[in-house]
Design a protein around this ligand. Sequence first.
Ligand SMILES: O=P(O)(O)OC[C@H]1O[C@H](OP(=O)(O)OP(=O)(O)O)[C@H](O)[C@@H]1O
Length: 632
Amino acid sequence: MSDAIKHECGIALVRLLKPLEYYKEKYGSAFYGINKMYLMMEKQHNRGQDGAGFASIKIDMKPGERYMSRVRSNQQTPIQDIFNQINSRINNTLTENPDYQDDISKLKRHTPYLGEVMLGHVRYGTFGKNSIESVHPFLRQNNWMHRNLIVAGNFNMTNVNELFDNLIQLGQHPKEKADTITVMEKIGHFLDDAVAKLYKEIKKEGYSKLEASPLIAERLNVAKILKRAAKNWDGGYAMAGLLGHGDAFVLRDPAGIRPAYYYKDDEIVVIASERPVIQTVFNVEFEDIHELDPGKAIIIKKDGSVSFKRILKPLERKACSFERIYFSRGSDAEIYEERKKLGRLLLPKILESVNDDLDNTVFSYIPNTAETSFFGMVKQAQNYLNKRKEELILKEGSKITKERLHEIISARPRIEKIAIKDAKLRTFITEDSSRDDLVAHVYDITYGSVKPTDNLVIIDDSIVRGTTLKKSILRILDRLHPKKIVVVSSAPQIRYPDCYGIDMARLEDLVAFRAALELHKDRNTYHIVEDVYKECQGQIDYKDIDVVNVVKKIYDPFTDEEISDKIASLLSPEGINAEVEIIYQSVDNLHKACPKNLGDWYFTGDYPTPGGNRVVNRAFINFYEGNKERAY
Ligand SMILES: O=P(O)(O)OC[C@H]1O[C@H](OP(=O)(O)OP(=O)(O)O)[C@H](O)[C@@H]1O
């Protein structure tokens, strides 16, 4: 199998609805759109720092004039790199032809990238090579304007192999078995078909070959093409595309797994993976930005008309909760509240762990994502102390002395900045092979902030493989000599692989899975591994819809706490002095905190599409057979 490319990505699409002169007049620049695209991509760099790409289409160009441009980069700072390239080409054109400044039609004709329809993409290359070929947008070129297709997506399909075989059945010969190519060729196939049919139809009506072209653009039914192309897709996706003549679309998966937000007025249509990006870049209100409905596409025709078309029957909404916990930037008003609530809901278990002894407990967090849930956790600790203060004061009654009152009210949660992150990387989504070493060197600590009698409560957003804890955090925290280290995870235990675009692919990488195996060994029930393997194998030839996730049986015999305790012992490095406890969020509390994003398959094993069950069982077979391949 060739490398499946992972898509922990962000997309940005802008369609300018007015002529470029309008933006020059109103905002002082014909490059308004390109400038906005730069900001949109920069503000989504949390979603991808390994690669970036930009493509644009100029509407109504004459034959012989360039109307599509694309630039991609996998350099160190890819977003900057592509915009440096864009700017230097624009500047060259303007230096050589200063008169273009005031002649927008010439400027458009002769300046690359200066179009009305723009698509950008930021990418994390988490698996396999991060070659320039795997950077989006992808391009499918043709001499027929309408058949040109540019695609970029935040997506992952669970059934690339099947989709690939479908293309072969159609008689095609794809150049690569990557899911982006497969998906693009699928759309391309039905686009070709639709264009050919329209051409025939229009000629029958008596139009000349030359006259047919604008009519094809007008009549091309993008929704129909997407319906035919997406029929067998099983996965999570926000798939964006541009057609050569200027139509554009974004299609969201029927379970709403991957996010997509849009805004439109009479000047622009914007689509992005995160809402606050649109809020900030276009200075619009939260309420004016909407989520694209699962299974629907937003379609912007060349003439600027916008429609929302149902492409696929919606499945039960299972928007990815990991987007909220970790992946999104967290400046979204809702996500910010949700992260704080995740922190708040953990306090009861923390109090239990430190025996309510907040005087000898220091609260802190592992940077960066967990910072917000840390605020929530600390605010809840404040509430707890306030309640205690009220009770104490009331108990003392009116005879309370000033000193005693002062003593009571001065209690507050002790918070410190303990862990420092030296690199600006998101290590979790960094490619597997270089990750361990990176994690070991990425964190440092503040000395002198903890006493030997203290409990140190440190919150992180997630514990996936456990590398961050084992290779780095626990060892360096122990250098502060706390009595006990309580690691708190704002996400529940990650037990199952993801196959919809977040890189949690191999079962044996997940520390929760390794802990369950250890527990089976301890209890002499390890034979279950072979039983589950046989069951997985027994289902190989089942249709996806009939497959059930039998890997759940590995976890069934154990309580959450038993697994957490085992994880703590697996992750405690040798020679550590402090007692270590790990506290996880419960799935119920996760749902309370993130009520709109109930997608929780990595915690519960309840996959939102039939392909998920096949993938988890395949992941188990791979684990059992010692096969390092991906499960999809
Ligand atoms: O258990 P592990 O497999 O090590 O993964 C979990 C860690 O990875 C993430 O950090 P990351 O550095 O990606 O990002 P952040 O700075 O945004 O928190 C996350 O915040 C956890 O700290």
